[in-house]
Design a protein around this ligand. Structure first.
Ligand SMILES: NC(=O)c1ccc[n+]([C@@H]2O[C@H](COP(=O)([O-])OP(=O)(O)OC[C@H]3O[C@@H](n4cnc5c(N)ncnc54)[C@H](O)[C@@H]3O)[C@@H](O)[C@H]2O)c1
Length: 386
């Protein structure tokens, strides 16, 4: 495998996960910063390092590559990887504009390579269990849901990021709407199991001075899914308290999941309430394994139907979300399976972001798929190299 972009997410997540994955071997890395590329190659055992991704694709016999660079170069690098016949994982957001995103999807399709988007929230165990429980009908019909991700710039930008690309709107194309928003939109859409039909929203810079960034720090999006359900996405980059919650309200129950933080209001990573008349025997396995009766020795004898109450669930943290994502992607390549986060999913998430921006101009709901390219304010698309 190769990795393009030896920055923070490569260092925190991709390199360690590739190193821990039995099926993967890191062959080459690339970064425009030669010192960064060389240091990563040395640290993570890659035989070669490059400063130009085209040279890397040409000279190395890579099966797959992870694109972990700033958002504005995803399109050129992913299309080049596809044209070189290399399977490709693109970090979220897949691209910045809807046209860029679909060009990546189409190039990968034409080349017959597997494209996956790095939406790691889908690989957290509690989100996978939520999906399983929804599909098993445990909360009835999912009609209303929300996903939020509130995280101050300070946490990531000042402590983890290797460059300031996130603050530069001409490169990043946005922040709350497409950086943290990419996760919330993808997660909510996947859990709903339906495509977004239309969207309306706002993405504005409310907290940060323009000397700091021109990117939005506050985003609110409402979506209607094709199956008739509604969802809301809210993300900000000014709350000092990190808060990530997904709330899924069905006609017969509710599920909460929280991935990025626990706090007094999300004191458990997951909680499930179901009003279905389960007995101990018929409880879904996840609930059976994680439910603690209040009176261990008698409650289930007294009540043939399990009492309706919240079941707090603390899923195991290991293997972590990135290890699971890398292992999954390798399995898809080796055994010819479709990746869980498809290119189409990634492109549709970009459409939702772009539709929300478009709705600020038109003042109403915007139907998907979009009919024209939506270029976020201040974004400067790069010339197409391939
Ligand atoms: N899934 C997640 O939760 C998650 C978390 C962080 C970042 N990301 C995504 O990963 C991508 C990278 O973010 P980051 O936080 O690692 O950024 P970063 O600033 O820490 O690192 C980016 C790296 O890319 C290099 N680079 C820039 N242009 C390049 C080019 N043309 N070719 C090769 N290398 C180039 C930079 O020198 C730097 O080393 C972004 O798209 C971001 O949204 C995803």
């Amino acid at each position: 495998m190769g990795v393009v972009g030896c920055g923070s997410i490569a260092e925190i997540a991709h390199f360690p996960s590739i190193a821990r994955c039995k099926e993967a071997k890191l062959a080459a890395v690339c970064d425009v910063n030669p010192a960064g590329a060389e240091a990563s190659a040395t640290k993570w055992g890659a035989e070669q390092w490059f400063t130009d991704y085209r040279e890397m694709f040409e000279k190395c016999k890579l099966d797959a590559v992870v694109i972990a660079t700033p958002n504005n170069v995803h399109r050129n690098q992913a299309v080049a990887a596809a044209k070189a016949g290399i399977h490709v994982v693109v970090e979220k957001p897949l691209a910045v504009t809807n046209v860029e995103a679909w060009e990546i999807v189409n190039a990968c399709k034409a080349a017959g390579v597997k494209l996956m988007v790095g939406c790691d929230r889908r690989f957290w165990t509690h989100n996978q269990w939520a999906k399983e429980l929804i599909e098993a009908g445990v909360i009835g019909k999912l009609l209303m849901s929300r996903s939020c991700l509130h995280e101050h710039w300070y946490n990531y930008q000042n402590h983890v990021a290797k460059t300031d690309f996130r603050l530069r709107c001409n490169i990043a194309g946005g922040a709350a709407i497409n950086d943290t928003g990419a996760h919330a939109i993808d997660l909510l859409t996947w859990l709903n199991g339906s495509k977004v039909k239309r969207a309306v929203g706002v993405a504005k810079r409310l907290a940060m001075p323009e000397t700091y960034t021109l990117c939005d720090d506050t985003a609110l999006v409402m979506v209607e899914f094709e199956n008739g359900a509604f969802g809301t996405i809210s993300c900000n980059r000014f709350s000092p308290a990190v808060n990530q919650v997904t709330e899924l309200c069905g006609t017969e129950g509710t599920i909460f999941t929280a991935t990025d933080a626990t706090n007094p209001f999300q004191s458990w990573p997951m909680a499930v309430y179901t009003s279905k008349p389960y007995s101990v025997e018929t409880l879904p396995k996840i609930l059976k394994d994680y439910r603690w009766p209040e009176l261990f020795w008698v409650e289930d004898i007294i009540n043939p139907t399990v009492r309706n109450r919240w079941v707090p669930i603390c899923p195991p943290r290991s293997p972590n979300n990135y290890d699971r994502m890398t292992a999954h992607y390798l399995d898809c390549i080796i055994n010819d399976k479709p990746p869980l986060v498809s290119g189409e999913d990634g492109a549709r998430a970009i459409e939702v972001m772009c539709a929300a921006l478009q709705s600020m101009r038109t003042g109403g709901w915007v139907d998907l798929p979009l009919k024209e390219e939506v270029i976020p304010p201040f974004y400067e698309p790069l010339p197409k190299e391939v």
